[in-house]
Design a protein around this ligand. Structure first.
Ligand code: PLP
Length: 349
């Protein structure tokens, strides 16, 4: 079976974690501080807060921006539920924006339509490793939380994503660009946001109000994170190599492939093709031992009464994510491509 996604763990990762285990200091400590420093430097931001997940980093980012119950937070429909839930945790009202059907990211036009006097933040996920039109979205003047959970290392006009927003967040879930098992990071240049969010990350020996959380990362995770970060560039290169194999092989059978733009460098966290009969095609490749997935479980607006996002619906009906991860062999990628060609052209259904 060729899985849809897979973490890339090598012996040096195992050794890094083992060393911390043997040290006896396994909760949040020196390794977390080191990981924060290295990660902030890699993206190009001043302050970092390592967290237990991307979702807890998103929650702290919104609290850092002082978001509370009368505020509105704009976020896209075509994303997992994490940004929606993080907004709900603060008591704010999530406003759901549509996407650009060409790059699957929140559209600047849709943000503009939703903007009101209560808009206090817009969450901008860079989906599938491809940067959103972040500079156009910035023009709305609403504070930005860049959600780089899927796009660590991607670039927009030569600058790494995560370097744009008032706050940016990252996820290190098992199958993300780099992993700590579960984990997240918040970055900002703003010292007030940093201090507010950092104060809320843990509760011990602090006043009862405002409520604090236990959103800490452990040194075990941070050691893995440091080791993984040192390999990120090679992971990205490998994903790009696999993406070119797919592009070359699949373009021969007229499959609608991911769009590219000269001002964006994707990391190919996902390789998403558009198909006409999603379930049928997914089942047919599954019979050949290949796991393909819908890249978003269910667009958010589908669970919200009277909320329309036609572009999100259109993409959801046709988008299929095919296996891509650094340990996938070129041979397997070619097998995936050939199987898809046969299935999608009707030669092997
Ligand atoms: C775009 C996006 N934002 C946020 C998250 C949440 O990250 P985590 O699973 O680490 O809480 C994810 C994770 O899947 C994601 O893909």
């Amino acid at each position: 079976m060729i899985p849809h996604s897979k973490p890339t763990i090598a012996q040096d990762d195992v050794e890094a974690v083992t060393k911390v285990l043997q040290s006896g200091m396994i909760a949040q400590g020196e390794m977390v501080a080191k990981f924060e420093k290295r990660f902030a430097h890699f993206i190009g931001k001043k302050h970092a807060i390592a967290c237990s997940s991307g979702t807890s980093a998103l929650h702290l980012a919104l609290l850092g921006l002082d978001i509370s119950s009368n505020d509105e937070v704009i976020l896209p429909s075509y994303v997992c539920s994490s940004p929606y839930l993080a907004s709900m945790y603060t008591g704010a009202i999530p406003r759901i924006a549509d996407i650009d059907p060409l790059d699957f990211n929140i559209s600047a036009e849709s943000v503009k339509k939703l903007k009101s006097s209560r808009s206090e933040a817009v969450i901008v996920p860079h989906m599938f490793g491809t940067p959103a039109e972040i500079e156009e979205i910035e023009e709305n003047g609403i504070p930005i939380v860049e959600d780089c959970a899927q796009s660590i290392g991607a670039e927009y006009r030569g600058k790494r994503v995560g370097g744009f927003g008032d706050v940016s967040v990252f996820s290190f879930y098992a199958t993300k660009m780099i992993t700590t098992g579960e984990g997240g990071m918040l970055l900002t240049d703003d010292v007030d946001i940093y201090e507010r969010a950092r104060e809320l990350r843990d509760y011990d020996q602090k006043p009862l109000t405002p409520p604090k959380y236990n959103y800490k990362m452990t040194d075990l995770q941070a050691a893995l994170g440091i080791s993984q970060l040192s390999k990120l560039e090679s992971f990205i290169d490998r994903r790009k190599e696999l993406a070119s194999v797919y592009t070359e092989e699949l373009s021969m059978c007229e499959i609608e492939l991911p769009r590219t733009s000269t001002h964006k460098k994707s990391t190919f966290y996902r390789y998403v093709i558009m198909v006409s009969e999603l379930e049928k095609h997914r089942d047919a490749v599954m019979k050949r031992g290949i796991v393909c997935e819908k890249p978003v479980f269910l667009p958010l607006h589908r669970s919200i009464p009277d909320c329309q996002c036609p572009h999100s619906d259109e993409v959801y009906a046709r988008a299929l994510s095919i296996p891509i991860y650094p340990s996938l062999s070129i041979e397997d990628a070619k097998y995936v491509a050939h199987s898809l060609c046969e299935v999608l052209t009707g030669a092997g259904t």
